[in-house]
Ligand binder design. Structure first.
Ligand SMILES: NC(=O)c1ccc[n+]([C@@H]2O[C@H](COP(=O)([O-])OP(=O)(O)OC[C@H]3O[C@@H](n4cnc5c(N)ncnc54)[C@H](O)[C@@H]3O)[C@@H](O)[C@H]2O)c1
Length: 433
């Protein structure tokens, strides 16, 4: 009886192996996004079920079927239908486990069909944290070259200091990995455009710059209505990112290396406006100004605590007005207004985090967001899901790498204008830059 059962199991196992091979071949031949099957670009999306996935809760893909308690019995218990419906899982390696990196890692581990298989980070306490979160199957290393060449990494998410972005994107592309890179895409316009042009050399790899507003439901809804022509032709955009006032050491140290308010903070507004416009506009000139009354020490770094920027797009056809501040007393307030020839759309007019208002003897007050991270909590997850679906399913994504490069050019032109007190003509570097 035992011998008979074992023989049935062996037959089932052989059948499953065969099905697995057919399934994976089909997956790769039909996917428009799959890289060419050459030794230089081996298949990277896991097929059927990734064996380590069965060992750890973090690595468990959502199998739409019965599961089993031990790895040894799994193959015997899964039916053909089980295997065929197991979705592929995008295996992401995350570089940088600091402030934003941790948020991304925890988000990814909470989502389906995507997981973190490796982390590259340099600080000892971050390495320990990443090991504890990934478990024994995860690879944690400070060596970017080793990390980016790991065979169990399909895509990398770069959450490292901006100055590393360009070289790390280049390294990832060379290693045949898809890339999602935190904003700004690079530390200066020449590098940003170099990333854009380099990405064009890898048509089988997806390269994106992460801006959460492109996945925040209110921005997505506004973009859809603008595309539908509901407000006519867009003539003017006004967008602001105002951060909660914090007079602490972290902020002062942060400002020293941030690249300036337009580059670090207002770049979210610049990219949001480009996203809402939904077309390939040409930024032509920029004028930036601002003041540093609350943090006069920011002037030492050529920065301000309140900044206003005016940007012409396509000559004088469209005007973008951005406002950034580090002085908001009531919390974080991101707001965007789009004026068209037939109407207007206002996004986040109130600094509201939740649709819950509190009324008492002092009046009525809303619950506001304390930070950008808090306001866009959901959008950060949707952004990862958008990246996952883009790669695994070929779903259209909201990312736009050319806009990301334009945003760097605009932000640097605004900083240059702020420092020189002159309007700056924006020149976009070409492919050889
Ligand atoms: N989208 C957003 O809202 C948002 C918010 C914050 C930060 N960011 C962006 O995320 C990036 C990181 O910002 P942060 O605030 O998390 O910075 P951070 O300093 O908190 O973290 C940087 C991380 O990179 C690691 N690191 C440094 N050098 C490295 C290297 N050579 N290889 C691998 N890892 C390295 C550090 O150990 C650290 O874990 C920046 O580009 C920033 O602009 C985006």
């Amino acid at each position: 009886m035992l011998r008979q059962s074992l023989s049935v199991l062996r037959i089932q196992q052989r059948k499953l192996n065969r099905i697995g091979r057919v399934w994976s071949a089909a997956a790769f031949s039909t996917s428009p996004l799959a890289p060419p099957r050459t030794p230089a670009h081996p298949p990277r999306i896991p097929q059927v079920i990734n064996p380590p996935a069965l060992l750890s809760s973090h690595f468990t893909p959502p199998i739409h079927t019965t599961t089993t308690t031990t790895v040894h019995t799994t193959a015997a218990i899964h039916t053909t239908a089980n295997i065929m419906t197991a979705p592929p899982v995008l295996r992401i390696g995350v570089a940088g486990a600091g402030r934003m990196g941790r948020i991304h890692i925890e988000n990814i581990l909470s989502l389906s069909r995507v997981t973190v298989t490796a982390v590259c980070t340099v600080l000892p306490h971050e390495i320990e944290w990443a090991k504890s979160v990934l478990g024994p199957e995860g690879v944690v290393t400070p060596d970017y070259n080793e990390f980016v060449n790991l065979p169990n990494v399909d895509a990398v998410l770069l959450v490292t200091p901006t100055g590393f972005h360009k070289d790390q994107v280049f390294g990832a592309l060379k290693a045949g990995k898809h890339v999602l890179c935190e904003k700004p895409i690079a530390g200066n316009p020449a590098d940003a455009w170099a990333v854009y042009y380099e990405s064009l050399k890898y048509p089988n790899l997806k390269v994106a710059c992460a801006f959460p507003r492109r996945y925040a439901s209110v921005f997505v809804e506004a973009a859809r209505r603008i595309k539908n022509g509901e407000i006519g032709e867009v003539t003017t955009l006004r967008s602001q990112t105002t951060d909660l006032y914090q007079n602490d050491e972290f902020l002062i140290n942060y400002i020293k290396h941030s690249g300036g308010i337009f580059v670090d903070c207002t770049i979210h507004d610049i990219d949001a406006c480009l996203y809402l416009l939904g077309k390939d506009v040409l930024p032509t000139s920029a004028y930036g100004t601002g003041s540093a009354n609350l943090f006069p020490q920011f002037k030492e770094f050529g920065d301000v605590d309140d900044a206003l920027g005016l940007v012409n797009l396509d000559g004088d056809k469209t005007v973008m007005n951005v406002y950034g501040s580090r002085n908001n007393r009531h919390g974080h307030h991101t707001m965007t207004e789009i004026m068209g020839t037939k109407g207007r759309i206002l996004i986040n007019g109130q600094p509201r985090l939740l649709q819950v208002d509190i009324s008492d003897e002092t009046g009525t007050r809303m619950i506001g967001a304390k930070s950008h991270m808090e306001l866009f909590t959901e959008a950060f997850k949707l952004e990862i899901e958008g990246f996952r679906d883009w790669i695994l399913d070929g779903t259209e994504a909201h990312f736009n790498l050319k806009d990301a490069a334009k945003a760097v050019s605009i932000a640097y032109s605004l900083m240059e204008s702020l420092r020189s007190k002159h309007s700056v003509d924006i020149a976009l570097p070409g492919p050889s830059a």
